[in-house]
Design a protein around this ligand. Structure first.
Ligand SMILES: [Zn+2]
Length: 243
């Protein structure tokens, strides 16, 4: 039996040296240094079935968000927030670990949505905490990072934004910009998304009405910013205020 073990070891060594390992349809990235990527060497430890989970805000997560997305004036009790760990695939089908913080009331919905998107291979490029961008939304969007919670008030009001409550999610924001008119001038967020303003064109990571992402979010009670009339926020899904 020893020869069998040796054969298996050498086969695994070949797979690891190739950098990617295909197992049950999963393709794992090999970049060992890049954060958020499932490393081939972690393959044996990563339990694919349990990679989608919800936790409270642990001390470790708190240290990452305090003073950033969870600002000093945050009116949402930390007990109302949840940390999500998911997997997602990029355009090349490479699996990445994703993180998101959301309101407790939608945590289970988001786990179900991201699991379905992952199983279908719906591409999401990055899903990191906005705190990795110092809670700077523009920087996060410009990097095509999908995210949810970031405490803030709507400009010039005392109303907390839906992201501030952890009740709104932005998906692939660079390719699905927020287009509005401010004082008679057109504004595009992120500013580097001009090439993706024309929604009659077809391009990677584009969100469309009726696609899987749209269907999953809307069937879980979210509305889509791409259907707003006063502006168009193609990256944005939110639980409307009446709920
Ligand atoms: Zn949004």
């Amino acid at each position: 039996m020893i020869w069998k073990k040796l054969l298996m070891c050498s086969a695994l060594a070949v797979l690891f040296s190739l950098g990617t390992v295909g197992k049950g349809g999963y393709v794992l990235a090999s970049e060992e240094k890049e954060p958020g990527i499932v490393r081939a060497t972690d393959k044996m430890e990563l339990d694919m079935e349990n990679a989608f989970y919800i936790s409270g805000i642990t001390d470790e997560v708190w240290k990452r968000i305090e003073g950033k997305s969870y600002k000093a004036d945050c009116t949402v009790p930390v007990e109302e927030l949840r940390y999500l760990h998911v997997l997602h695939k990029d355009l090349d089908g490479v699996t990445h670990e994703g993180e998101m913080i959301c309101n407790v009331s939608i945590a289970q919905d988001l786990i179900e949505i991201f699991k379905a998107l992952y199983d279908a291979g719906y591409p999401i490029e990055k899903m990191r905490l906005v705190d990795e961008y110092n809670a700077d939304d523009e920087a996060s969007m410009a990097d095509n990072n999908s995210s949810c919670f970031n405490f803030r008030f709507i400009s010039y009001t005392k109303t907390v934004s839906r992201h501030g409550l952890g009740l709104a999610v932005d998906i692939n924001p660079l390719y699905n910009p927020y287009i509005k008119t401010v004082k008679g001038k057109k504004s595009i967020e992120p500013a580097n998304a001009g090439a993706y303003e024309d929604r009659t064109k077809d391009f990677a990571y584009k969100l469309n009405k009726g696609d899987l992402c749209y269907n999953l979010f809307t069937s879980h009670g979210f509305t889509w910013g791409g259907e707003w009339t006063h502006a168009k926020d193609y990256q944005h899904f939110e639980i409307p205020k009446s709920k």
